[in-house]
Design a protein. Structure first.
Ligand SMILES: *[C@@H]1O[C@H](CO)[C@@H](O)[C@H](O)[C@H]1NC(C)=O
Ligand SMILES: *[C@@H]1O[C@H](CO)[C@@H](O)[C@H](O)[C@H]1NC(C)=O
Length: 555
């Protein structure tokens, strides 16, 4: 009898351990290992992505209102070469052609974003709804579905209606929460019968830090030490509100899911035997991913953020912390508002402890008391910030699993850029990047991380925010200097296509041939592009060219 009871107690204990949301991430165990041959679970979803401001162009067409990015990019000195997204890839006019590119790769899903000011030019629902804008997305969604491509739709990829910035101060103002909820509700109403995957915000870290703290991004505000925290606070509440709106008004009819897309570099301790480095790396992750994920999964900011920002605020002589607080009702309202977690990931940093005294005020960056380092041995194919460190991806995915109770994950962005000067379509480094990063994701799936899909970033070269057109992330090259913005497949199109058709990396012999075959086809595309460039140089008017160069299919 006594033994029986003892067994039962143990059983309950084991259950309690199983359902407890978080386990400790093991910082000291970094198994880098060799290439892993194998495939993804059946039904794994392969896709590519884009966002409205970066690709659509047509910035003032068919009744679209101005966004903060239209206003910001039109100011001189904000964007590399003073470029703008006014026309970009002209994606507004090329839905059919671009879907053909996706279809050719046999993508399972396409991730794009809706431009808020395109469908609500004044930002506020009662002021105006632009039916022409709605029609554009309606058509895009219908055509994707006709081609068996699942739409994954982001509601906010950084293009806030400019009037809301001017009148209210944008995300500094809590009135954005209701405006955003009205906009999201309209999207659910109009598109929700056909869209089952909704992402509220793309990379809120960037919206908050680069938009309101460093000012590198629209709206360009430099509110050091307060701007990012305030913006993030309103964004988190807005996300939760939209999730509840979906949950109470639409879920039973539409049966979709609402998530968020968080971006995060991986932070690895410089010295894994040094506890201070491990704590610094953990802080780096908590201030980055945890800032948003911890409220959504656990109801409040990470304790280490509250401690650090609170202490630094007190040292500055402030009466309260620069990090806003959630009251108990808000905490329970926000907790559990993530049906799936989108993860955007590009690169890794080494992290070490570093103290910043608070004599001359603080910023988000100095609040963390750490320094970021890179290994000069890491390959840096494109953007100066983007080093290829595949093992960091597996570490990040395992971190998410252990910190947030193994949520359902969709990788919403992963990819690599090249510099503008490089017009070579034989993008060897990108094939290598995809191969190694996707392989580390496969290892993470085998570790038990619940990854359901992967989104290569991005379908096309496009406007890269403050970097203008100087960084190219596309699977397809876009000739921005030509009138029709023709697309040319880079070798990585063929390579990614093979990963998709094999659902991973079946065996060594097959994979060894992939890169060679992909490189064969890009040579002819290279010649075509070179010829087109010569022609457009000779002809200042720009010759008419096919929008899309037909893709070889010799799989
Ligand atoms: C961008 O605009 C600024 C301000 O008018 C000007 O000084 C700068 O030379 C411009 N840059 C380019 C590349 O045109
Ligand atoms: C938010 O906007 C309203 C209306 O313009 C204004 O009265 C209020 O002061 C703003 N709040 C903040 C925090 O900026």
């Amino acid at each position: 009898m006594a033994q029986c009871r003892l067994l039962r107690v143990c059983h309950v204990l084991v259950l309690a351990l199983c359902v407890s949301a978080t386990e400790d991430f093991d910082w000291t165990r970094n198994e880098k290992g060799s290439f892993y041959y194998g495939t993804f679970p059946t039904g794994f979803s392969w896709g590519a992505g884009s966002s409205a401001y970066q690709t659509e162009g047509a910035w003032d067409k068919d009744g679209k209102g101005m966004s903060i990015w239209d206003a910001f990019s039109h100011k001189k000195g904000k964007i590399y070469l003073n470029d703008t997204g006014d026309s970009s890839c002209d994606g507004y006019y090329t839905v059919k052609e671009d879907i053909r590119l996706m279809k050719d790769m046999k993508l399972n899903h396409y991730r794009f974003s809706i431009s808020w000011p395109r469908i609500m030019p004044k930002g506020i629902k009662s002021d105006q709804i632009n039916e022409k804008g709605i029609q554009y997305y309606d058509n895009l969604i219908s055509m994707l579905l006709e081609n068996q491509i699942t739409p994954i739709v982001t509601l906010y990829h950084w293009d806030l209606p400019q009037v809301l910035e001017e009148k209210y101060g944008g995300w500094q103002n809590s009135s954005m929460i209701n405006f955003f909820n009205d906009y999201a509700n309209l999207c659910f109403e109009r598109f929700g019968s056909r869209v089952k995957y909704w992402i509220t915000f793309n990379n809120p870290w960037s919206i908050a830090v680069e938009g309101y703290e460093t000012g590198e991004h629209a709206p360009g505000l430099k509110l050091k030490g307060t701007g990012a925290y305030k913006a993030a606070h309103n964004i988190i509440k807005a996300h939760a509100k939209v999730w509840h709106t979906y949950d109470t008004q639409w879920r039973s009819k539409q049966k979709g899911m609402v998530g968020i897309s968080l971006s995060g570099d991986w932070g690895e301790p410089v010295d894994i035997t040094n506890q201070r480095d491990i704590e610094a790396a953990d802080r780096y992750m908590q201030f980055y991913l945890g800032w948003f994920a911890t409220p959504l999964f656990n109801g409040d900011y990470p304790q280490v953020m509250k401690d650090y920002v609170g202490r630094k605020s007190a040292q500055q002589g402030l009466g309260s912390s620069r990090l806003p607080t959630f009251n108990p009702q808000e905490k329970s309202y926000i907790r559990g508002t993530c049906d799936f977690l989108g993860i955007g990931h590009f690169t890794t940093r080494y992290i070490t402890q570093k103290n910043y005294p608070s004599i001359r005020g603080n910023s988000y960056f100095t609040d963390r008391d750490l320094a970021e380092l890179v290994d000069p041995q890491w390959p840096d194919p494109g953007s100066e910030w983007l080093y290829s460190v595949p093992w960091g991806f597996r570490r990040l995915l395992n971190f998410v699993k252990s910190q947030y109770g193994n949520p359902m994950i969709y990788v919403t962005e992963n990819g690599v850029s090249e510099k503008m000067v490089c017009t070579d379509l034989c993008d060897e480094w990108r094939m290598q990047y995809f191969k190694d990063y996707i392989n580390e994701m496969l290892k993470a799936v085998n570790d038990g991380v619940n990854v359901k899909g992967y989104t290569a970033w991005s379908l096309l070269d496009k406007f890269e925010w403050d970097e203008g057109y100087s960084e190219r992330f596309g699977l397809y090259y876009v000739d921005f200097r030509s009138k029709n913005k023709p697309r040319y497949p880079k070798a990585s199109v063929q390579y990614y296509k093979r990963i998709i058709s094999s659902n991973g990396f079946p065996n060594q012999r097959e994979i060894e041939s992939w890169k060679r075959k992909a490189t064969e086809t890009c040579t002819s595309s290279n010649q075509l592009l070179a010829a087109a460039r010569r022609k457009s140089k000779e002809n200042k008017e720009h010759a008419e060219m096919p929008k899309v160069w037909p893709v070889h299919d010799e799989v």
